[in-house]
Design a protein around this ligand. Structure first.
Ligand code: NAD
Length: 349
């Protein structure tokens, strides 16, 4: 089978999805998007198209759980492969509303699989999460590490992985590349695209960026008593441009072998919250205020990738570091202090 040329991007208005749209357009793909804007804005597409100098083929405002609406998209377009980003991703929100997380993340994935099946589409790149490792322990985590999800968000991603693996076992014509993303961060180097979640961010870098630009008085550091170097939680941050580069490279490998193949996407290096505060302070030229508070339920001490498998399989490695992520995030935040909505009110990026 040849490399796919028309790609359906679910959640294409979101942080990773919007950067993926640029990456795909830059590499000649036709891009079709579905998103319900529950954590994003349709304004992002003008920016995607401005950066890429090309149009997104079509954008549909729909809920991926709406199987009929999804089927109509597959009726209208000959989709070769799907990049599946749509879903909910907040750990605290998943503890408050576990059913919603299973409904959207698992129900959305099965609705997508149903529509794909009906239309003969058998190639999927699934954006999974390092959170599936949960409390698996410290040190670099390889793909063979048993999953130990610590909250409903992680459990919903792990459930999706199990469903996808089972579909691949039973239907040998399927290929699923499951990319366990560690912590995507940063922004497009143009400053036009970045992370613009609705409400106060639950992820560290957009929260830091909003503090640095004055939208919040200080960063809350959740937990200073973890068994880590400085007591704060350690994560493996990966530039969003590297993240989407890996997803685009995955499309070239869908034809390698059928079945489900799982790869970690990370730098293979851990950074603590305080490392990140220091690096962000360097990027924005002043200390970012913070206070250490109690641990946040669901958070684990450390998640760092053994990122060697994807290098061995595809020769793929990230090329950007934490300083690049902070620099690019800060550029986006300075140019868009109120995010995309702010620019709609006349603040041009
Ligand atoms: P995001 O919230 O910015 O993007 C998700 C997009 O999906 C949003 O545009 C949202 O509106 C859309 N969406 C949500 N529910 C939907 C529904 N029912 N129907 C249609 N669209 C819907 O998140 P992101 O950071 O871009 O994450 C994308 C994917 O990557 C998620 O599946 C997430 O689990 C995974 N991931 C993210 C991270 C991270 O830290 N950002 C880490 C690992 C994995």
């Amino acid at each position: 089978m040849s490399a796919p040329s028309t790609v359906l991007v679910t959640g294409g208005a979101g942080f990773i999805g919007s950067h993926a749209c640029v990456e795909l357009l830059d590499h000649g793909y036709e891009v079709i998007v579905v998103d319900n804007y529950s954590n994003s804005s349709s304004q992002v597409f003008a920016r995607v198209e401005r950066i890429a100098g090309r149009f997104v083929g079509a954008v549909y405002d729909l809920d991926i759980r709406d199987r009929h609406a999804l089927s109509a998209v597959f009726d209208r377009h000959t989709v070769d492969a799907v990049l599946h980003f749509a879903g909910l991703k907040s750990v605290p929100a998943s503890l408050r509303a576990p059913v919603a997380y299973y409904d959207v993340n698992v129900g959305g994935t099965t609705a997508l699989l149903g529509a794909m099946h009906e239309h003969g589409v058998r190639q999927l790149v699934y954006s999974s999460s390092c959170s599936v490792y949960g409390e698996a322990g410290s040190g670099p985590l390889s793909e063979a590490t048993p999953a130990r999800p610590a909250h409903p968000y992680a459990a919903s991603k792990w459930t999706c992985e199990q469903i996808l693996a089972d579909v691949c076992r039973r239907c040998p014509e399927y290929t699923v590349l499951c990319l366990r993303c560690f912590n995507p961060a940063g922004a497009h180097p143009s400053g036009l695209l970045g992370e613009d979640p609705q409400g106060t961010p639950d992820n560290l870098m957009p929260y830091l960026a909003q503090v640095a630009v004055g939208r919040h008085p200080r960063l809350k550091v959740f937990g200073g008593d973890y068994p880590t170097r400085d007591g704060t939680a350690v994560r493996d941050y990966l530039h969003v441009m590297d993240t989407v580069d890996a997803h685009r490279v995955a499309l070239d490998h869908l034809a390698d072998a059928p079945g489900m193949h799982v790869f970690n996407l990370g730098l293979g290096r851990g950074s603590s919250v305080l490392d990140m505060v220091a690096e962000y302070s360097r990027a924005c030229g002043r200390p970012v205020p913070y206070e250490v508070t109690a641990r946040r339920p669901g958070d684990v001490a450390e998640l760092v990738a053994d990122a060697s498998a994807v290098d061995r399989a595809w020769g793929w490695r990230p090329t950007r570091d934490l300083a690049d992520m902070c620099r690019d995030s800060w550029r986006f935040q300075q140019l868009n202090p109120l995010g995309y909505a702010g620019s709609a009110r006349g603040q041009k990026p």
